[in-house]
Write a new protein. Structure first.
Length: 427
């Protein structure tokens, strides 16, 4: 089911390379197909979107846009417990992301010059939300909340129609609660292209965020530059650091919580305890029998799961930093003492009672996280992702005169005499 590997400086490196290969492989067939879809949507708008929606989803709604009445009806008819759970999560997310908001500023200097930065939300953002059997209302909250706090003027959501051509009601409820402005029933690469270029009925956006399958991810990658994107996400992953005090039942459950996402998902345990390693395997074997996505979990664990046994905690921490996982759980005794040593992770979960799903749905930090080792240099989705910053400069005549010699010298060093002349002519 899952390999137990003794860390020896060789075997673990082979596994890390296998993970990197899984994440960096480019599917040329998918890229070619997505490129054709993008070009078709760019050139033919709604006609192309409808064609691909019929082809891939087997049903295209008569009108792509979901009416405000239908969105409100979904909210009013929803199970109250579900609505309350969303509202509680929304409260936590809002409180966390409000602290990320930055303010514009002006630095007025004694010589009369003014320098500053203006910060404002993007005008329009597109939110992609998977639909059908892989429907994630939580993604609506995670993307819409920071966008709203950033001051985005309009949020356009796209989500694939169900087989009968209607919208997933759970997703509509989340959209209503978050204040999404408009919802369109379309998915796949054609939805991403429609948001990037705009069509007769679908507005052009400044940025596209949200998870999707390989076609959606590839479309976002190819369209980056035409439109901004959140990140190019790979398969989900979790790494758990644990010692002999960790509960193997908890560890096994958390490993499988990521393995059920996808057969390419990676679930890793790094431990200093041989006993915990063997008991975790027993728990995996026992617990998986009760889970609805058993086949996906087993293949994921078999292909991309591993348990590494280290001699000391320091080695385990070094491995975690090298993996730079999307989700990092710390089930070590006194986990807070290691927080300052964990430099590369999308989100860190400290202690036995902070499982990864707590971050997926509820606690407050965003669940849109860097994958495939990119936590070395990327950050979780935040309010910053939905703002643009413009700097401004005001100099007086006297201040420019005082700086002229330096500016002219630097410009001439670079051979840019017109730059220097722009300063000289004002003397």
């Amino acid at each position: 089911m899952i390999d137990i590997i003794k860390v020896n400086g060789t075997d673990e490196k082979e596994y890390i390379q296998k993970l990197k290969d899984r994440s960096t492989t480019v599917n040329e067939t998918v890229t070619k197909s997505v490129t054709e879809i993008i070009n078709d949507v760019r050139d033919n708008g709604d006609e192309a979107v409808r064609k691909y929606t019929m082809l891939f989803d087997k049903n295209a709604p008569e009108c792509f846009e979901v009416s405000r009445e239908e969105i409100n009806d979904a909210l009013s008819e929803a199970d109250q417990d579900y609505v309350d759970a969303l509202l509680n999560a929304l409260e936590n997310l809002t409180a966390f992301h409000q602290r990320q908001k930055q303010q514009s500023y002006i630095d007025a200097q004694a010589n009369g010059c003014m320098l500053g930065q203006r910060i404002r939300g993007l005008k329009r953002v597109g939110l992609y939300v998977p639909g059908g059997t892989a429907a994630y209302p939580s993604s609506v909250l995670m993307n819409a909340v920071p966008a709203k706090i950033a001051g985005v003027e309009e949020i356009i959501m796209v989500t694939p129609p169900l087989k009968d051509g209607t919208a997933n009601k759970d997703i509509l409820v989340a959209a209503a609660i978050c204040g999404v402005d408009r919802v369109f029933l379309l998915g796949g690469a054609q939805a991403v292209a429609a948001l990037a270029y705009g069509t007769e009925t679908i507005p052009k956006v400044d940025k596209i965020v949200g998870p999707g399958n390989i076609y959606v991810a590839t479309a976002k990658k190819l369209l980056f530059g035409q439109v901004d994107i959140d990140m190019i996400a790979g398969p989900s992953e979790i790494l758990i650091l644990a010692d002999e005090n960790a509960n193997p039942a908890f560890v096994a459950a958390d490993l499988m919580s990521q393995a059920e996402h996808d057969t390419l998902a990676s679930s890793i345990l790094v431990t200093t305890s041989n006993k915990l390693a063997s008991e975790t395997v027993k728990e995996l074997t026992k617990q998986v029998e009760k889970l609805s996505r058993k086949d996906i979990i087993l293949k994921s664990l078999n292909d991309y799961g591993a348990i590494f046994v280290c001699d000391e905690v320091k080695t385990a921490i070094n491995m975690a930093n090298e993996f730079a996982p999307e989700h990092l759980e710390v089930m070590l005794e006194n986990p807070m003492q290691y927080l300052g040593q964990l430099d590369n992770a999308g989100s860190i979960f400290l202690g036995a009672y902070s499982p990864e799903p707590l971050g997926d749905y509820y606690a407050g930090p965003n669940h849109v996280l860097p994958t495939s080792g990119t936590a070395r240099f990327f950050s979780p989705l935040s309010v910053d992702a939905f703002v643009k910053k413009t700097s401004f400069i005001y100099y007086t005549e006297e201040a420019l005169k005082n700086a002229s010699n330096d500016i002219e010298l630097l410009a001439n060093k670079e051979g840019l005499t017109a730059h220097a002349n722009s300063i000289t002519i004002r003397r």
